[in-house]
Design a protein. Structure first.
Length: 695
């Protein structure tokens, strides 16, 4: 028997005992380069890229769901012919096929060993792939067999495109364009006045088409390739992709984005770039690398991501509204929970160290040499005069009136009128103070260098040093109530108090890396983040901490929650992580009979299963008694199923249950093969196990 420890952080997806509850908001798909895209309608599409990456959207690009491709090879091109059947190709002559919308992908035999650069199918059975070395292959049986076609050239063929089962085109190195009129049995080289390598070719009918490539090259034909007109965009090295919606409206992507509304006679530059560009209609379109979406014909592209620079401070006031401060003083705001960000007017400071918002309008930015206040969400800032030109390191507001700022050399500033006036307070210490926190209008703490912790019980007018438990530099202080507080700092230092700081205890953090921020969602549940991607979680008030593996080495500088479910972590490289369910992860650990005496959850049987399995659990009478349910009492019991990404996929039980043994049947006929987790929750206790669905 094993216990299930609640650890409030993301563990790596390849850890089979974990449910990941944190998602990367920025940079999106941080380690993946995407090359290919295929949409079948406004809502449903796929993109492919490095390390066998495939992601799918069912909502027009709002959310992208990773799919298991079964390969680690880089994928360069993808083509879907309907909602179920699709193909992707890439390095090492890899060809994979799906017949269930990407839930499962299967490798197809291919006698070639060259990288495949392009795939195009006209229906679920007939398709072509092109590769390095001038090789083109064709299938007429859905990829079961592939036959090599003679292209007559030895250069790389970057793109293949077919109008129907007879007429097709290919483009590649040295400006080569090929045409076939018999399904690829014979390929004829077409003449064009360009030797620039071509990366993409696209036709809207048998006669009218375009090709793009190096040196800003744009080729066009209106007579099936008998003649090609050459146009070049000055100053541009690469154009990678071309797509036309109709005879008039077309797009080209590369180092820039170009649009034409007159069939290519004239091109206008739009903001953006991309390896591939595809449009569903005149308004809705996508680019990959970077992955962007437009719904107004290319005027605006989303998401508007943050630059990959260090983020130094963040402030969120609810699930939607948040601000981040980057290292060079730029301030960005999100109105949509982090899905898109807009650069605001920068606060007029030489150096900005900290921002804090009370609500969607009122906020403060602190740095050197002044302090700035905004009343319009950061659209404009007003400089506040402050006593002495010291560097302001950290700002905290209790409400629109009461605020404090921690400064260098042990100085504190206080306002009781929303920053209109600031009172200078000398605390009696000389260390730099990096963090200040108030639990109410009277009781507050500040922490800084050499383990310095000071406390005020009169709203910050007078400060008293508290006993030093460590000489490490302290970077963050947080109190969940007037008694329970925590400080974190250099070299993995964690200090804990349960008596308002009268005494502080050094806690073993399990890390040697600097910790930069601490936040408690409740007295028990807390988080600390630090350098080298360190994320620590506690569920016992900070007595013990567990480290998660976020698979990042970026220094993390801030963690914050706005409610029990929604939280953010920010750091270097523009890193923003978000959770919408408390960041809870379940990790199997050693035996603990105390928890299991409360209730038990059995391993499902059979396991693996297809498609049904049975799950047994028990609610002992002792558990009912502990919750005031003696003699026929009951408690609310929930049994839910989650996928490996932490998304709830089924609720099996959500009702009052009395003491006893229970069994429930779970039918997963609507789910894909993979690892799933089921969690039993009863009042304040929770336990989970994993199960495997094999279809």
């Amino acid at each position: 028997m094993r216990k299930i420890i609640l650890v409030s952080f993301f563990f790596a997806l390849n850890n089979s005992n974990s449910i990941a509850q944190w998602e990367w908001i920025n940079p999106p798909f941080r380690d993946t380069t995407f090359y290919g895209i295929s949409f079948i309608n406004e809502q449903t599409g796929w993109i492919v890229g490095t390390d066998g990456s495939i992601v799918k959207t069912n909502d027009g690009g709002v959310n992208w769901i990773p799919q298991e491709s079964g390969t680690d090879e880089c994928l360069y091109s993808v083509c879907f012919v309907n909602s179920n059947t699709g193909y992707a190709v890439g390095d090492s002559a890899i060809i994979i096929k799906t017949t269930d919308g990407g839930v499962t992908w299967k490798k197809q035999f291919n006698q070639d060993h060259s990288a495949l650069l392009s795939v195009y199918f006209i229906n679920k059975n007939i398709g072509w792939v092109s590769s390095l070395g001038g090789i083109i292959q064709k299938t007429t049986d859905g990829g079961n067999t592939w036959n090599v076609q003679s292209s007559g050239i030895h250069g790389n063929i970057a793109s293949v495109f077919f109008i129907d089962d007879s007429t097709g085109y290919a483009a590649g190195e040295k400006g080569i364009i090929l045409k076939t009129s018999d399904g690829g049995l014979n390929w004829i080289t077409q003449m064009c006045d360009s030797a620039s390598a071509l990366f993409d070719i696209y036709f809207i009918n048998k006669d009218t088409g375009w090709a793009v490539g190096r040196s800003g090259t744009i080729l066009s034909t209106t007579n099936g390739g008998q003649e090609w007109t050459v146009k070049r965009i000055p100053g541009i090295i690469h154009l990678f992709s071309v797509f036309f919606i109709n005879y008039s409206i077309g797009w080209i992507s590369g180092e820039i984005l170009l649009k034409t509304t007159d069939g290519g006679l004239n091109w206008s530059e739009y903001k953006g770039s991309g390896w591939k560009v595809r449009f569903i209609n005149e308004n809705i379109g996508y680019t990959v690398q970077p992955l962007k979406r437009t719904s107004n014909g290319g005027i605006d592209w989303f998401p508007k991501n943050l630059p990959r620079v260090p983020l130094r401070s963040a402030s969120f006031v609810d699930k939607n509204n948040g601000w981040v401060l980057e290292e060079y003083g730029k301030i960005f705001r999100t109105l949509y929970g982090g899905s898109t960000w807009n650069h605001l007017e920068d606060a007029p400071l030489i150096g900005t160290n900290s921002i804090y918002f009370v609500d969607s309008s009122f906020g403060c930015a602190a740095g050197w040499p002044n302090i700035c206040i905004t009343n319009d969400g950061g659209k404009s800032w007003k400089t506040q005069l402050t006593p002495a030109d010291y560097d302001n390191l950290s700002v905290f507001f209790l409400d629109r009136n009461y605020g404090w700022i921690a400064r260098i050399y042990g100085n504190i500033l206080k306002t009781i009128d929303g920053g209109n006036n600031w009172e200078y307070v000398f605390t009696g210490v000389h260390e730099n103070l990096y963090s200040v926190f108030f639990i109410d209008s009277l009781n507050g703490w500040a922490a800084g260098n050499n383990g310095r912790i000071i406390h005020s019980s009169d709203g910050g007018i007078n400060w008293t040093s508290q006993p030093n438990a460590s000489h490490a530099n302290l970077k963050s202080v947080f109190f969940s109530n007037i008694s329970h507080g925590c400080c974190v700092g250099d070299s993995g230092t964690i200090l804990l108090t349960t008596n308002s700081g009268s005494s502080w205890t050094i806690i073993n953090s399990g890390t040697i890396y600097d910790l930069n921020s601490v936040y408690f969602r409740s007295q028990n549940d807390g988080w600390a983040v630090g350098d080298e991607g360190t994320i620590l979680g506690t569920n016992d008030g900070g007595v013990s901490w567990r480290k998660s593996d976020m698979q990042t080495t970026s220094d993390l500088c801030s963690v914050q929650f706005v409610d029990d479910s929604t939280g953010w972590i920010i750091g270097d490289g523009g890193t923003i992580l978000k959770t919408m369910n408390g960041g809870v992860t379940f990790i199997e650990d050693e035996e603990n009979s105390e928890l299991l005496n409360e209730f038990s959850l059995n391993q499902n049987y059979p396991n693996p299963f297809n498609p049904e399995t049975k799950i047994k659990y028990s609610i002992p009478s002792t558990h009912i008694a502990l919750n005031g349910g003696v003699g026929g009492g009951s408690i609310n019991v929930q049994l839910k199923v989650y996928d490996i990404f932490g998304r709830e996929v089924a609720t099996l039980i959500n009702e009052e249950k009395s003491a006893g043994d229970y069994e429930v049947t779970f039918n997963a006929r609507h789910l894909a093969s993979g690892v799933y987790f089921y969690r039993l929750t009863a009042n304040n206790h929770s336990t989970s196990k994993k199960m495997i669905l094999l279809k």
